[in-house]
Design a protein around this ligand. Structure first.
Ligand code: SOE
Length: 377
């Protein structure tokens, strides 16, 4: 049966727009079994910037009205700021159009709940774009944990450190506004780590049950520049620059998590470690082709290179040892999502997964406000 190419509509054309458009362009070359797609419509507000992006990303059309765009496409990618996740994603699902939405699912738990509800009410595919699930070394780690190589899981430790807000004069952006973003380092970076933790050990330790948390803002206003590069005004920062949290799982296992945008010297330092009764493993995004594994009976960690043809997704790229990078996680994610769309199947991470992470984010904020350990409600 010959299928028409899936027409893709994408809202957002900045960082994530580039990452996903690059992934779509790579698919036919490296994943020839992926469904055929057409980069159809790019949606945004600034017509000139949009036209330029559409040209570079290979989209045939542009639109400033997301509602009209949804009518024209077969699949909708919501890569806009967090406060525009809920309404267009729900509208698309209600119109029977599959949706891949960037993380965190929404700025608030209420909106995330509405999105989860809209996804549950339809058979069309939806997904939350937690791209780090698609790192081959992370898939390998999940298999080891599932196979019991670490025994009973006792502790998880995750941190995500960046430094782009160290300078107090770094410009204000929507990611610093609570109404638009929800929270700061917590939801932007912490959401990734909490999702990875759920992905890796959730089957063994259950959901997060109780949390303690602390959110800190070091710089509470930042400059907005005028067209000449001068400072037009200083605008309030209403989210955290850094968070830390202690968690307790249903099984009694524990976890510690932190993220920062003011961790001098750390550009995109995302690490996760898991400790069990028989062994441990450690992953660092800065060495994403490797996994450090401590097996039962051994005294030290061995570094496993996850670059063999038999490793997840690796055979699609280069011969063994020819490493892959950050952008490949988006290719794998797009491959899985679009394949699920073409087959009419569900996709993970789902909107329900995005909602589960959102529950933890909300609980960490609540714990910080109350200054006490709280249940994840
Ligand atoms: C923030 O700087 C950011 O771009 C996140 O929004 C992304 O999710 C992360 O992958 C890289 O850092």
């Amino acid at each position: 049966m010959t299928r028409e190419p899936l027409k893709i509509g994408v809202l957002g054309y900045r960082f994530m727009g580039r990452a996903h458009a690059n992934a779509m362009a790579r698919l036919p070359m490296f994943f020839p079994d992926a469904p055929e797609i057409e980069r159809h419509t790019l949606v945004g507000r600034d017509e000139a910037a949009l036209a330029d992006a559409a040209d570079r990303f290979g989209f045939a059309h542009t639109a400033t009205d997301w509602e009209a765009a949804i009518d024209e496409v077969d699949v909708f990618y919501n890569l806009g700021p967090n406060h525009v996740h809920a309404e267009p994603s729900i509208a698309a699902l209600e119109a029977g159009v599959p949706v891949l939405c960037e993380k965190p699912l929404a700025p608030t738990l209420e909106e995330a709940a509405a999105m989860r509800g809209a996804a549950a009410a339809t058979d069309v595919t939806s997904g939350t774009a937690f791209n780090y699930r698609f790192v081959p070394a992370i898939c390998h780690a999940k298999r080891l944990i599932e196979d019991g190589a670490l025994g009973e899981i006792r502790q998880v430790r995750g941190r995500y450190l960046q430094d782009w807000l160290v300078d107090p004069e770094a410009p204000w952006a929507w990611r610093m506004d609570a109404d638009m973003a929800g929270s700061g380092a917590l939801s932007d970076l912490g959401a990734h780590t909490l999702d990875l933790a759920r992905f890796l050990v959730g089957d063994r330790v259950g959901e997060f049950e109780r949390v303690a948390g602390q959110l800190t803002t070091f710089v509470d206003e930042r400059p907005v520049h005028d067209e000449d590069g001068g400072v037009a005004e200083y605008r309030d920062v209403t989210v955290d620059d850094a968070y830390s949290a202690q968690v307790e799982y249903e099984s009694g296992a524990t976890g510690t998590f932190e993220a920062s945008r003011v961790a001098e010297g750390h550009k995109n330092d995302h690490t996760i470690a898991v400790h069990g009764t028989k062994g441990s493993l450690k992953f660092s995004l800065e060495r994403l082709n490797e996994l450090e594994v401590l097996r039962e009976g051994n005294r030290g960690y061995e570094t496993v290179l996850v670059t063999e043809e038999s490793d997840p997704y690796v055979d699609r790229w280069w011969p063994p040892g020819h490493v892959i990078g950050w952008e490949h996680t988006f290719v794998h994610e797009n491959y899985e999502f679009l394949s699920a769309v073409a087959e009419g199947e569900s996709f993970e991470p789902s909107f329900a997964d995005g909602y589960e992470v959102q529950r933890v984010l909300a609980a960490i904020e609540r714990a910080d406000e109350r200054g006490e350990r709280v249940p994840v409600e």
